[in-house]
Design a binder for this molecule. Structure first.
Ligand SMILES: O=C(CO)COP(=O)(O)O
Length: 226
């Protein structure tokens, strides 16, 4: 089970890699836009430093043609590092790029997946990860949970190495359901993590433990003072 951060905000990446088992970081041009006009490659290299060499870093191409997308991919690999997962939209032109990048031996994440058929094509093209847009699918009355379950089934049936990296989450329940239906990975904004961990009930439970301890041993004495 892989938890990834769908942000390039350095302070958030630093904060959450310290406390959570973060398996990687994903980005796309919309996520980059939230940071303003950053110095792109140095910023991405800083993310690599923060997450370490074992975590996966997913960076999206922006070219409009296969030639331009491949040039983007090669620039990303050269200026960040060779182990970056190149995110490519799962379109007719994008699938051509996915095939080429896999033939060159690079890591690929097929993104912008709304339909089962797009996912099946990306699996067959050898993508390392496929990124179904969970919330956007649900907003369009597409059954994201079933699509994820079908992807998992087809990956197993075909002995494919592809992993499902579910994305576009707007609530914690969607993340749970994606994992429960067979997604190996999920990428989420920090808003999801905060919503999951900053529940009043959790805080109240922890406060009650502290208060009970202090009632027994006094306000100053902790376990390590005993
Ligand atoms: O960024 C996305 C997937 O990584 C899409 O998410 P949104 O649907 O929140 O825009």
């Amino acid at each position: 089970m892989e938890f990834l951060l769908d942000t390039i905000h350095l302070a958030d990446i630093e904060r959450y890699t310290k406390c959570l088992p973060i398996a990687g970081v994903t980005s796309n041009p919309t996520i980059v836009k939230k940071e303003g006009k950053i110095d792109f490659f140095p910023h991405m290299r800083k993310i690599r430093q923060l997450i370490g060499p074992k975590a996966t870093l997913h960076v999206q191409v922006v070219g409009q043609t296969p030639v331009a997308m491949l040039a983007d991919a090669h620039a990303i690999l050269k200026n960040i590092d060779e182990s970056v997962y190149i995110k490519v939209p799962t379109t007719e032109l994008g699938l051509q790029v996915i095939k080429q990048l896999k033939a060159e031996g690079h890591h690929v994440t097929a993104t912008a997946i709304y339909t089962k058929f797009q996912g099946y094509l990306a699996i067959a093209a050898g993508a390392d990860y496929i990124a179904p847009y969970y919330s956007r699918m649900e907003n369009m009355n597409l059954d994201a949970a079933t699509a994820v379950a079908e992807f998992a089934k087809l990956i197993q049936q075909n002995n494919a190495n592809t992993k499902i990296l579910a994305a576009s989450f707007h609530n914690v329940g969607q993340v749970n359901t994606a994992f429960e239906n067979g997604a190996q990975a999920a990428t989420m904004g920090v808003d999801i993590i905060q919503a999951a961990l900053q529940m009043p009930a959790i805080d109240q439970a922890v406060k009650a433990f502290t208060s009970d301890w202090k009632n027994i041993y006094g306000p100053q004495q902790t376990i390590h003072d005993l």
